[in-house]
Design a protein around this ligand. Structure first.
Ligand SMILES: NC(=O)c1ccc[n+]([C@@H]2O[C@H](COP(=O)([O-])OP(=O)(O)OC[C@H]3O[C@@H](n4cnc5c(N)ncnc54)[C@H](OP(=O)(O)O)[C@@H]3O)[C@@H](O)[C@H]2O)c1
Length: 277
């Protein structure tokens, strides 16, 4: 089992340098996959109301033999529940579906700027944190402008911003802003959803130079850039492979070569225009 190192978030809590994505892991197979990830050493499980698998993730946490306080369960507020009272009710619904007494990381899934209620949701999330129902609060898919607005309005800096990030979309400017504000970057679709990224020559060469897989080379790139990737895999062997990236180090030139693959988002997930309910 891989031991995944941790960092400290701006609210003083620990957070793994690599976590587990659960999108599409549903039903009995989903519970088995998430329980397998815990057995492989993952300690951060990323779900969302809109993945429809909060019950499966909660069940895996209860079933696994990992102490509850050593596992972080992250879930996300859907767009249809934006607003102060709606957010409080939505969090309670998530807790019920998870069957857990606490959400460890609660994120606003998408900002949905045309709805313009994320400031209200954020105030509710601060209350949920103060009441102990939520351990850490953060956001997902927020731009620098949206983050600044949120911080100026509330005085509370999100602990995490989970955003699309992979070598095709390295997010250099946003990461620099996060570093200034002490926000932890989390990378969604860190493997670019297994697109042609894994057969890019730079990826193949760097993996060969370290005697690791292409996937491991890419995940190591995230770690060295200070972002927590949350790769998803339904297969035990790949889960172990993806977690095993703490025994080698890329050179600065290799990190730069992977960042040099930049070409843009995988799909049109621009948070200024893309909205999800
Ligand atoms: N906040 C947001 O808006 C947002 C958006 C998208 C995703 N997310 C989160 O980010 C997580 C990860 O993103 P993602 O699921 O879109 O994509 P991803 O983790 O980049 O890629 C997942 C794909 O890669 C395959 N894969 C995983 N490990 C592999 C390996 N070692 N070798 C070969 N193929 C491998 C998986 O297949 P197998 O399962 O068959 O191994 C799956 O098809 C999601 O599960 C979700 O939790 C958040």
């Amino acid at each position: 089992m891989t031991s995944i190192p941790t960092v400290t978030l701006n609210d003083g809590t620990w957070f793994p340098e690599l976590g587990f994505g659960t999108y599409n892991l549903t039903g009995a197979e989903g519970v088995d996959a998430v329980a397998g990830a815990l057995a492989a050493g993952y300690r951060l499980l990323d779900t969302a109301v809109n993945y429809g698998n909060e019950p499966e993730v909660g069940e895996a946490v209860r079933r696994g033999d990992v102490d509850r306080d050593e596992v972080l369960v992250a879930t996300k507020l859907p767009g249809r529940d934006h607003g102060y009272d709606e957010t409080i009710a939505s969090a309670r619904g998530s807790l019920e579906r998870l069957g857990l007494e606490r959400i460890d990381l609660y994120l606003i899934h998408w900002p949905n700027p045309s709805v313009d209620k994320y400031l209200d949701s954020w105030r509710a999330m601060i209350r949920l944190r103060d009441e102990g129902l939520v351990r850490s609060i953060g956001v997902s898919n927020f731009t620098e402008h949206m983050l600044t607005r949120l911080i100026d309005d509330s005085g509370v800096i999100p602990a995490v911003n989970q955003v699309e990030m992979h070598p095709y979309f390295p997010q250099a400017a946003l990461r620099a802003y996060h570093a200034e504000r002490g926000i932890r970057t989390e990378s969604w679709s860190p493997l670019a959803r297994r697109s042609e990224l894994l057969s890019e020559q730079a990826v193949v060469d760097i993996a060969a130079a370290h005697g690791v897989t292409e996937t491991q080379a890419v995940l190591r790139w995230h770690v060295q850039l200070g972002s927590t990737p949350i790769p998803k895999s339904g297969h035990a062997g790949r889960q172990r492979e993806n977690a095993d990236v703490f025994g080698f180090r890329l050179t600065d030139a290799e990190v730069a070569a992977l960042s040099g693959l930049e070409r843009g988002r995988l799909w049109d997930g621009d948070p200024n225009t893309h909205e999800e309910m």
